[in-house]
Design a protein around this ligand. Structure first.
Ligand code: BG6
Ligand code: MG
Length: 219
């Protein structure tokens, strides 16, 4: 049997979450806004523009549209600088083997990411060709927790949502997968990702033959 396997990027395939955190924290500081891990958790999976809106809300700050744009550009320049040395060594534990196993079973693979930097990042990691479909922040109009990104991916692969599995590290992404009616697998901490159908710290923590388990799993 087959299912559509849909992967989030940041925090699932590669440990870029820490670099987004640094860049957002610098930006918040430049506006005199306090920004900790706790706020950062709520920005995971959230688009660039919505992230800045939330930071301004938390800091009770209003800025002009010009400054808003300037801050977004600046955040991305700093982020790109932080990830410039990204390489295959930054793929998270077990991900590459998991993708290889899916490939050997001819299972369809998609990316479902909010990031506008997704394609160049997959290239740096050397795994872009493993994806049959890539849906990223340049393709969608509605950001996670809206299910658009995942529905778009499973449609392109020709699968229905109930035959799709999503791997996510963010609360917004798990909610998007659940709203779409897809199996949601959380990568991270159980108490944060408690809405997911199953949670693992890393792909390496999944039981033997977990792909087979997923193929037989019903939502
Ligand atoms: C998500 C990240 O994958 O992409 C967020 O979890 C990030 O932290 C969002 O803000 C948008 O990414 P980018 O690369 O377009 O700024
Ligand atoms: Mg993520």
């Amino acid at each position: 049997s087959k299912k559509a396997f849909i992967f989030d990027l940041d925090g699932v395939i590669v440990d870029t979450a820490k670099f987004h955190f640094v860049a957002w924290q610098r930006l918040a500081a430049s506006l005199g806004i306090n920004f900790t891990e706790k706020e950062n958790e709520q920005l995971k999976g959230v688009s660039r523009v919505n992230s800045l809106k939330k930071i301004l809300e938390w800091g009770d700050k209003e800025i002009s549209p010009e400054l808003f744009q300037e801050k977004m550009d600046q955040k991305n320049i700093e982020y790109l600088d932080l990830i410039k040395t990204l390489s295959v060594n930054d793929i998270l534990p077990g991900v590459h083997d998991f993708l290889l196993e899916l490939k050997s079973q001819n299972q369809p693979i998609a990316l479902g990411s909010a990031s506008k930097n997704a394609r160049p990042i997959l290239e740096k990691l050397g795994v872009k060709d493993m994806f049959d479909v890539i849906v990223d922040g340049t393709n969608v109009t509605k950001a996670k927790p809206d299910p658009e990104v995942f529905l778009n991916a499973c449609n392109q692969l020709g699968f229905s949502p109930q035959d799709s599995v999503v791997f996510e590290d963010s609360v917004a992404g798990v909610q998007a997968a659940n709203t779409a009616g897809m199996i949601s697998i959380g990568l991270g901490e159980k108490d944060i990702l408690h809405e997911a159908d199953a949670v693992f710290n890393h792909f390496t923590d999944m039981p033997q033959d977990y792909i087979n388990t997923l193929l037989n799993k019903k939502k």
